[in-house]
Each structure stands twice: as C-alpha cells, then as structure tokens.
Design a protein around this ligand. Sequence first.
Ligand SMILES: Nc1ncnc2c1ncn2[C@@H]1O[C@H](COP(=O)(O)OP(=O)(O)OP(=O)(O)O)[C@@H](O)[C@H]1O
Ligand SMILES: [Mg+2]
Length: 446
Amino acid sequence: MTQAVTALAGHPIAAETAPGQTGHPVAPRSEPPPRPPRQGLLRPESLPLTGQEHMLSPVRLPAPDPYLSNVPAVVGGQLDAPLEEYLPDLDPTYEIGETNERILRAMSAAIQAGQRGDAKRSFWSRAFGLYGPAGTGKNTLMRQLAASIQTVDADGNLSQGLNYVEYNVLPDSTLEDALGTVVLEADGQGGTRSRVKLGKLGLALAMGSVVCVNEITRNEKLATALQSALEDGEIIIASPEAGMVRVPVHAASIIGLTWNPGNEGDPDRPAAAPLSRIMPFALPKATAQERQQRLGAFLHQFGDASAAPPQSEQERAARREQQRQLIVRRSYGISADLTVSEAELEAAVNFVSDVEALAGNGAMDREIGRNSRTPTGPGDRQLRSFVVLGKTVGWGTAKEIFRICCDQDDQFDTQWRLIEERFEAHFGRDGQAAARRAAGTAPQQS
Ligand SMILES: Nc1ncnc2c1ncn2[C@@H]1O[C@H](COP(=O)(O)OP(=O)(O)OP(=O)(O)O)[C@@H](O)[C@H]1O
Ligand SMILES: [Mg+2]
C-alpha cells in the first residue's frame, strides 16, 4: 500500500502561493486544461510504515478536488489552477498510547463504515469531536490523520495525505469569515452585483480536507452554521440576490471540532444540535510517563547531533518501535458483515434510552450533566453512531462517545460510573452479552 504511494509521490502542487489564493474562475471553454493527477504527500521512502498510517490504511476516500470542479464558477469554483494544499508531515515520533489508539481505531472504522453505504449520506462518518485540556494532542491527532489518509481518483491513482486546515473560533468569529460571504463587485455596467465568495473553511471543505475547528464551544452560531456541513454535506450561504447558495462539501472532507471543557469558563460541550452530529472523543491529560516522553522528544532537538543519543532517547526510540510493531501487526479493517442482531439492537436501544433517562428532561431529575443548561442525553443520531462503532470497534469502545454526557468536573467519575452500570446491564461487563444472547449461548457468569 505504502509502496504504491511512495512511487506516486512527487512535488506538492503550487506550493509557492498563499492558501486559497491560487485559484481564479475562468470563462467556460471548449477544452478544459490538462490536469495532472494529484500527487499528495511526499513520503520519505526510508520511513518505515508509521502506526497512524497502518491504522488508516484500510480507508480509501475519493481524491480531493483542488480545482473545485463541483462548485459553481460564480461561487468561486471551476478553477483553472489548483488550490494549494497543506499536507502535514507524518510524524514518526507520534506516540500512539492507549487513548490515541482507541480514538484513531474508532475514526478509521467510522470512515470505513461510511464508505460502505450511501456516499451521499456518509457525512456523519467523518464528523468527530476531540475534547480535553490544552496540549493533550487534539490537533496533533487530526494532523496525523490528515497525513495518513489515502485517496483514490477516478483513474485509480492513489495518493496519500489530505489538506489540513485549522480554524480558531473566537466569540466574535463570523460565519462569513469561516464559511463564505457575499461580496459586492462591479457588474461591468457601472453598477454592482453581489457574489458569494467561499471563506477559509468553505474552500477547504469544498476541496476535500481535514478541517479542525478549535474551541467550538466559544461560538454557538458558528457551530450551528456547521450543522448542515456535518450532516448533509452542504455549506449554506445566504445571499440577498441569489437566496440560499448551497456548496457541496467534498466527500473526502473530515471535520474535527475541538474544545477544552471548562477552560476559562467555557461550556463542557457544544450545543446539543452540533454535538449530536459528531462522534466525540476525550483526550485526557497525558500521564506522567507520556509527558516525560514528549518532553524528551522536544528536548532532543537541542542535543549534540554528532554525539551518540543519550540512553534515555535510545530507550524511547526502542519503546516507540515496539509500539509501532504492535500496531502494524493488528488489523484495522472493519468486518465484512456489519449485520446487527435483534439482541444487539435491543441492547443498544435500551442502553441509549437509559443514558437519556439519566440525563433527564428537566433540571430536577438529572443524574448526569447536571451543570448543563439543557439535558445532555443522547438521541437517535448518537444511537446510530454507537451501533456502527459497536459493530466495528466493539461496544465497550463505542460507549466512550457518551462520556461527554457527564459533567466534566469532579462529578465526572460518579456520573460515568452510572453510565457504565447501565452498559453492563445490557452488554455485560465484557460488552459481549448481547452477542452471546444472539448466538443463543449461556449468559456470562460474573
Ligand atoms: N501523541 C503524541 N505524541 C507526541 N507528541 C504529541 C502527541 N500529542 C501531542 N503531542 C505534542 O504536544 C503538543 C501539543 O499538542 P496539540 O497542539 O495537538 O494539543 P491540543 O490538544 O490541540 O492543545 P490546545 O487545546 O492547547 O490547542 C505538540 O507539541 C505536539 O507535538
Ligand atoms: Mg489545539
């Protein structure tokens, strides 16, 4: 797999121009200009397959469209020259600890599952949330995801890496800035006319990119405006003249919303509507050992390059290599049969209903998410994600998406325990009880 990519790797396209500035609309012509196949990431040939690449190797997304061929020219599509892509480097020192492994496995599985079904309805499978304290690696994880994903174009050319864009939300961030806006331009007859111009996020989403929207909890309006992109794969821009302009989100686009619960008074989670459209994963504070490893990797740059690396660095490298080998020996492809048995379906519905009940309807009867203005319980969208993850990465890992239903303060452990109790009631301590019921075997003795 990786060999094929290496062979295809070439120089990045239009690397010297500013992001989003390279393309310009051209008048329709009889013959489109020749378009060289997209080359993707320049992967160092000597670099052994990284863990993150292996975990994402079963994923194949449609190749990005830096010419915006599916975007109307009047909105800034149908470009003559490709938009510049920023393809993050693969980091061979990226540590894939237990948590990152679980998250990347779930993301890989969700994306694969999305590709099995109706492509037009697969946006849910590429919409994620990553939350946790500052510096826990939320953006780093998304960057490594972007560097690892392989895409294939209509002619079967494989390339690796997706454009990566980060957008930092501020309380006064405007939708215009992020997604797209209406600009006035001369109509050539002495007057003006309005034209929709895509913003930084709009362009990236239309081309096919990994888009990280950081601190999403700081701006409810932006989160709401992203909803149609998250669910329906559409960027909707209101234009006074043209009405609602709809721009398709590319089928390779992956959205990651990030936030830091309780940071500087931020809410624990985005509003219910956008939250229900993503699969949220927690990235907790690194353990002391992980922090030591990352610090060591950082300090390594200041060491004497000509001297032999210190013992500690050699040990770290050896541990990383061990971790890498462990991962590349595992399979991350999802099972061919995703049939959900009646027993599993019933357990999933009952478990999610129980979590919903724990989150209550009114403020009085809540046992989880008590700090929230509104109930934090899951609905049908989360139920769907839970079942897809349950069938692909296991029910125990799938339940992680309900951590966000709990308050993220010192009450978390108590509230999460309640969810785990409900999980065990329906899926057993090992998460296999429903599968056993389906197979008609005896219940597990615990
Ligand atoms: N798994 C990892 N292995 C090695 N280094 C990592 C890992 N995760 C994060 N880091 C390093 O930790 C630092 C912080 O990571 P990152 O910027 O992704 O955090 P963040 O969660 O996005 O933080 P913030 O909330 O402040 O934006 C970076 O220098 C990154 O290289
Ligand atoms: Mg960050």
